[in-house]
Design a protein around this ligand. Structure first.
Ligand code: ADP
Ligand code: MG
Length: 913
C-alpha cells in the first residue's frame, strides 16, 4: 500500500522503465486470458546473491507482483447431503492453472491464477507453492506477507493456522514457515521474535497479552515503515515454544471473542515474525558498498544485519455482513466490522487500476499492510473458496478479489543496516582489555620505581656511612699530627733554651761585647721561629675546629635519622596493635556467627519437622519430637530408641497432662510458649485429643487466644485448635465456647502468614460441619476467612479456599435436603468476587477448592443470577471445558447444562455448551 506513502514509483518515469523488463504480462481481461508464468519461484532470492544489479543492494529494489493462489475446500458433510444433486460451482484445471466458475448450466467464466490448488492438494504442497518462496525471501532480508482471503468456512484458518499436533501432515503455513525459519537462523548471531495480534472493529488486541487490548500503529514519517511498538514481542528459540505461543494466542482469541460476543470469523488475526540475521561480509550489499579492506578499518567495522518481517494474515470472512440484526449487531457495528476488509478491497482496486490515490489510511488493516500491497514486501495471497453452488455469489466475489490482487506490483527492498550496537559491544570489550593492560603496566612501573628508590636509599646510606668513617679517620689523623707537632715544638723549645743557656755561659767568660751581638742575633732568629710555629699552630687549630664542626654536623644528621626511624617504628607498633584488635574482634564475630548458624540450623530443622507434620496431619500440628524435647528442656526425656508416641507417653507420665495444661496459664511468657507448643504436639495425635479436651485443654487454648498478646502463642494455639477442630464433637465445643469470635479476632490482628494459616485452617475445618453453618456465619466466620486473604500468602489462600469449598458443600447439601432456602451465605457475605478472582489461581490446591466451591454454588438456581453478574459463569464455562480434573470438569458441565438460568444466558450470548 505504498502509493500514498514513501514509495511513489507509480507516478514517476521509473515505473515505466521498470515495466519493460517485467517478467510477466498482466492481463486485464481474465476471461480470455492465457497468461505467461508468474514470477520465478525464487525471484528476489536469486537476485540477492546473483549478478543482477538491483537485488543485492540496500538501495535498489526488485519488481515483484503479488502472487495469488486459489484453494478449493472439499465438500463438507453438510454439503454432501444438501448439494448431493448439484454439481460444484467451480471446476479446476490445475495443470493449466485455470478455474472455471459456472454461471449457469451452459456458460462458464474462466480465470487464471498463479496456482490452482484442488480439494486434494496437501497442506505441504500448499505451503510450498504459497508460502515457501515468501519465507525464503524473508530469510534473504526482504519483508514478506502471506494472507488468506475468503468466505467464512472455506479454509483460511485451516490453511494458515492449523497446528497439526495430532496429524503432522495437517500442519498449516504458520507452523511450517517457522520450521523453515528456525532451520535457517543461527541461535548465536541471529534473533527471532513474534507478535500475534487480532484486529476487530478497528481495535488491535494483543493475543499474547490479554490485558493489552488497544494497541496503536506507529508510522515512521521518513521511511514509511509501520510498527506496533505496544505489542508483546516474544523471542522464539524452538518450534515447541512457537506452537505453544500460537495455542495461547488462539485460546485468548477464543476467550476475547466470546466476551465481545463475536466469532473469530469477524476478526483478522495477524502473526508477525521479526527476523534479524547477521550477514557475512562478502554477502552483504552494504559492506560491498563500503569496501575498505584495510585491517584497522575492518576491526572497527560494524557487522551488517538484515532485518526482515514475515506477516501472516488470517483475514476476517469476506462474506457481506451488513444485513444487520442477523448477527445481533447494529448497522453501525456491522459497518465497523467490515471497515478494514472493505478498505483493503478499495486499496487493491486502486492499485490494480493504477489510480493516483490509494486510500491506505482508511483503516487499521490497510495501514498495517501498507508494505504488503504496492509496497516493498513480497506478498502471496491464497484465496479460499467452497464448492457449493449455493455460495456462488460469494465465491465469484472472492475470485474477483484475487484477480485484482494479481495486478498489484511491489518493489522488493533489502533492508540491511550496520549493527552499531554489536560494534559498540566489541569496542567496549577491546577498551576493557586496553584498560586492564594499562593498569598492569602502571603496576609494573610503580614496582620498578619502588625498587629503584630503595636501591638509591641504600646507596645514600652506604655513602653516608663511608663519609662518616673517612671523616673520623681524618679527624684522628689531624689530632695525632697536632699532638706530634706540639710535642716536636716543645722538644725544640727545650733544645733551643738549652743551647741559649750554654751560649750565654760561654760568651760571658770570653768576650762580653761580641757575645751580646751574637746572642741578640740568635734571639731574633728564635722569635721568628716561634712566630712561624705560632702561625702553624693557629692554622692547625682552625683545621681541627672545621673537622670537629663537620663531625658535629654529621652526628646531628644521624640523630635526626634515628628519630624518624623511631617514629616509623612506633607507627608500625600502633598498626600492629590495631590489627591484633581487629583479629580479636573478627574471632568474636566468627564465634557469634557460628552460634547463630547452629541456632538457625536448629530452627530450620524444627520448621522442617513442623511442616512435615503439617503436611501429614493437616493444619495445626506444631513441631516434631525433636522440638518437643528441646522445648520442654528435659534432657532425661530424650530417648532416641523409642518412637514419637513413646516419648509423648513418657512426657505424660513424667509431667502429667494437668501440669502441662496448668503451665498454659503460667506467669512467664516463655514457659507459656513452651507449654502451648507441647500441647499442640499432643493435639496433633488423634489419640490425645479426647484427653486434652476432657482435661480442659481446649478452653485453655481458647483463653490463650483471648488473653495473650504474643503472636507465637496465637499461632501455636490456633494450630492446636485447628487439630482439635477435625473432630465433630470438638467442633461443636469450639463453637459453644465462642471459638469463632476468638479466631476472628486473631485473624483480624494476626500479621505472621503462618498464624493466619492456622486460624484459616481451624475455621476451614469448622466450615465443614453441617450443623454449624448458620452460627459460624452469624459470628463472622466467613468474613474472617475473607479478611485473611489480605496477606496474599498462598498457604493462607489455600486454607481460605478450602473453608469456602467446605462451606459451599455443606450448604449445597442442606439446600438439596430442603433444610436451607435462599441465596448462599457465601454470596451474602461477598465471597463471590474473591472466588471469581482466584478461580484461575496458579496454585493448584487453591484452584481446585475454588472450582469445587463454584460447582457447589452453581447447583442451586437461587445463586445463578449473582453468579452471572459476578462473572462466575465464565469461570464455570472454563472449568467445564478445560479443568484438568475430570470429575470437576464433568460436574461443572452437568451443573451448567441442568441450570435453566445458565442455559438461557449462554443462549443469549450464543455460546455452545
Ligand atoms: P475459515 O477460517 O475460512 O472460516 P476454516 O479453516 O475454519 O475456515 O475451515 C472450516 C472447516 O473446513 C474446518 O472444519 C476445516 O477443518 C475444514 N477445512 C477447510 N479446508 C479444508 C481442506 N482443504 N481439507 C479438509 N478440511 C478443510
Ligand atoms: Mg477462520
Amino acid at each position: 500500500m505504498a502509493a500514498s506513502g514513501g514509495y511513489n514509483y507509480r507516478d514517476g518515469g521509473q515505473r515505466g522503465a521498470l515495466r519493460v523488463d517485467r517478467p510477466l504480462s498482466v492481463n486485464s481481461n481474465p476471461k480470455s486470458s492465457v497468461k505467461s508464468k508468474s514470477l520465478p519461484a525464487s525471484g528476489p532470492r536469486r537476485n540477492s546473491t546473483g549478478s543482477t544489479g538491483g537485488g543485492g543492494s540496500a538501495g535498489a529494489g526488485v519488481l515483484g507482483r503479488v502472487r495469488v493462489a486459489v484453494r478449493l475446500r472439499p465438500r463438507n458433510d453438510e454439503e454432501m447431503v444438501a448439494d448431493a444433486d448439484f454439481a460444484d460451482c467451480v471446476e479446476l484445471q490445475p495443470e493449466l492453472k485455470r478455474l472455471k466458475l459456472r454461471k449457469n448450466n451452459w456458460d462458464t467464466d474462466t480465470y487464471e491464477f498463479d496456482e490452482v490448488l484442488t480439494e486434494f492438494a496437501s497442506q505441504k504442497r500448499v505451503y510450498e507453492v504459497v508460502a515457501k518462496p515468501v519465507v525464503e525471501s524473508v530469510l534473504d532480508g526482504y519483508n514478506g506477507t502471506v494472507m488468506a482471503y475468503g468466505q467464512t468456512g472455506t479454509g483460511k484458518t485451516y490453511t494458515l493456522g492449523q497446528l497439526g499436533e495430532e496429524d503432522t501432515a495437517a500442519r498449516g503455513i504458520m507452523v511450517r514457515a517457522m520450521e523453515d525459519i528456525l532451520a535457517d537462523v543461527s541461535p548465536e548471531s541471529d534473533s527471532l521474535s513474534v507478535s500475534y495480534l487480532q484486529l476487530y472493529m478497528e481495535t488491535i488486541q494483543d493475543l499474547l497479552d490479554p490485558a493489552n487490548d488497544n494497541i496503536s500503529i506507529v508510522e515512521d514519517p521518513k521511511t514509511g515503515d509501520v510498527s506496533v511498538p505496544g505489542a508483546s514481542l516474544v523471542e522464539i528459540r524452538d518450534q515447541h515454544s512457537f506452537v505453544e505461543l500460537l495455542r495461547f494466542g488462539e485460546a485468548h482469541r477464543f476467550a476475547t471473542n466470546t466476551k465481545l460476543n463475536t466469532e473469530s470469523s469477524r476478526s483478522h488475526a495477524i502473526l508477525m515474525v521479526n527476523v534479524k540475521k547477521s550477514v557475512k561480509g562478502r554477502d552483504s550489499a552494504l559492506s560491498s558498498q563500503n569496501g575498505n579492506n584495510s585491517h584497522l578499518v575492518k576491526s572497527l567495522k560494524a557487522p551488517v544485519v538484515r532485518k526482515s518481517k514475515l506477516v501472516v494474515v488470517d483475514l476476517a470472512g469476506s462474506e457481506r455482513i451488513d444485513k444487520s440484526g442477523s448477527e445481533g449487531h447494529t448497522l453501525e457495528e456491522a459497518k465497523s466490522i467490515n471497515l478494514s476488509l472493505s478498505a483493503l478491497g478499495k486499496c487493491i482496486n486502486a492499485l490494480a487500476e493504477n489510480s493516483s490515490h490509494v486510500p491506505v489510511r482508511d483503516s487499521k488493516l490497510t495501514r498495517l499492510l501498507r508494505d504488503s500491497f504496492g509496497g516493498t514486501a513480497r506478498t502471496s495471497l491464497v484465496i479460499t473458496i467452497g464448492p457449493s453452488p449455493r455460495h456462488r455469489g460469494e465465491t465469484a466475489s472472492t475470485i474477483m478479489f484475487g484477480q485484482r490482487a494479481m495486478k498489484v506490483e511491489n518493489m522488493l527492498k533489502l533492508k540491511e543496516e550496520f549493527d552499531y550496537k554489536s560494534l559498540a559491544r566489541r569496542l567496549d570489550i577491546q577498551l576493557d582489555k586496553i584498560i586492564a593492560e594499562h593498569e598492569r603496566q602502571q603496576k609494573v612501573f610503580e614496582d620498578e620505581m619502588e625498587r629503584m628508590s630503595i636501591q638509591a636509599q641504600n646507596r645514600i646510606s652506604d655513602v653516608e656511612r663511608n663519609y662518616a668513617d673517612a671523616l673520623e679517620k681524618e679527624r684522628l689523623k689531624y689530632q695525632k699530627d697536632y699532638m706530634e707537632s706540639i710535642k716536636k715544638l716543645e722538644e725544640q723549645l727545650v733544645i733551643t733554651q738549652k743551647k741559649h743557656d750554654s751560649e750565654k755561659i760561654t760568651n760571658g767568660h770570653e768576650d762580653n761585647g761580641s757575645n751580646m751581638t751574637s746572642s741578640k742575633e740568635s734571639c731574633r732568629l728564635h722569635v721568628e721561629e716561634i712566630d712561624d710555629l705560632t702561625k702553624l699552630l693557629q692554622k692547625e687549630t682552625m683545621l681541627r675546629k672545621a673537622a670537629e664542626e663537620e663531625v658535629q654536623n654529621l652526628k646531628s644528621q644521624l640523630t635526626q635519622w634515628k628519630r624518624s626511624e623511631a617514629a616509623g617504628n612506633s607507627e608500625i607498633l600502633k598498626l600492629r596493635k590495631m590489627l591484633e584488635d581487629e583479629e580479636h574482634q573478627k574471632e568474636k564475630f566468627e564465634g557469634e556467627i557460628a552460634r547463630l548458624h547452629s541456632q538457625l540450623l536448629q530452627l530450620s530443622f524444627e520448621a522442617d519437622e513442623t511442616s512435615q507434620q503439617l503436611d501429614r496431619s493437616g493444619p495445626g500440628k506444631i513441631g516434631g519430637l525433636e522440638s518437643l524435647m528441646t522445648q520442654v528442656r528435659q534432657p532425661q526425656l530424650k530417648d532416641s530408641g523409642n518412637g514419637e508416641k513413646g516419648s509423648i507417653a513418657k512426657l505424660f507420665e513424667q509431667v502429667g497432662l494437668q501440669k502441662i495444661l496448668s503451665l498454659l496459664e503460667a506467669e512467664d511468657n516463655d514457659v507459656r510458649i513452651h507449654a502451648v507448643k507441647v500441647v499442640a504436639n499432643l493435639a496433633a495425635e488423634e489419640t490425645n485429643q479426647e484427653r486434652i479436651v476432657e482435661a480442659g485443654g481446649l478452653t485453655s487454648l481458647l483463653m490463650l487466644l483471648e488473653n495473650s498478646e504474643d503472636e507465637t502463642i496465637h499461632r501455636v494455639a490456633a494450630g492446636a485448635i485447628a487439630n482439635l477442630a477435625m473432630n465433630e464433637t470438638n467442633q461443636e465445643l469450639i463453637m459453644t465456647q465462642g471459638g469463632i469470635s476468638l479466631l476472628s479476632m486473631t485473624a483480624a490482628h494476626g500479621k505472621d502468614p503462618q498464624t493466619l494459616r492456622m486460624v484459616a485452617g481451624a475455621i476451614a475445618n469448622l466450615c465443614g460441619n453441617d450443623k454449624l453453618q448458620n452460627k459460624l456465619r452469624g459470628e463472622g466466620g466467613i468474613k474472617a476467612l475473607l479478611g485473611m486473604v489480605r496477606c496474599g500468602h498462598p498457604d493462607v489462600l489455600a486454607q481460605v479456599a478450602r473453608g469456602i469449598a467446605n462451606f459451599a458443600k455443606c450448604e449445597s447439601r442442606a439446600s438439596t435436603q430442603g433444610t436451607k432456602t435462599g441465596k448462599s451465605l457465601l454470596i451474602e457475605d461477598g465471597a463471590l468476587a474473591w472466588i471469581v478472582q482466584n478461580a484461575s489461581n496458579n496454585a493448584s490446591p487453591i484452584k481446585r477448592h475454588i472450582e469445587l466451591a463454584l460447582c457447589h454454588l452453581a447447583q442451586h438456581e437461587v445463586n445463578a443470577k449473582d453468579m452471572i453478574t459476578s462473572g462466575a459463569l465464565w469461570e464455570l464455562v472454563r472449568i467445564s471445558r478445560d479443568c484438568s480434573h475430570e470429575d470437576i470438569r464433568n460436574l461443572a458441565y452437568r451443573t451448567l447444562t441442568s441450570s435453566p438460568t445458565f442455559q438461557a444466558e449462554l443462549r443469549r450470548l450464543r455460546i455452545d455448551n
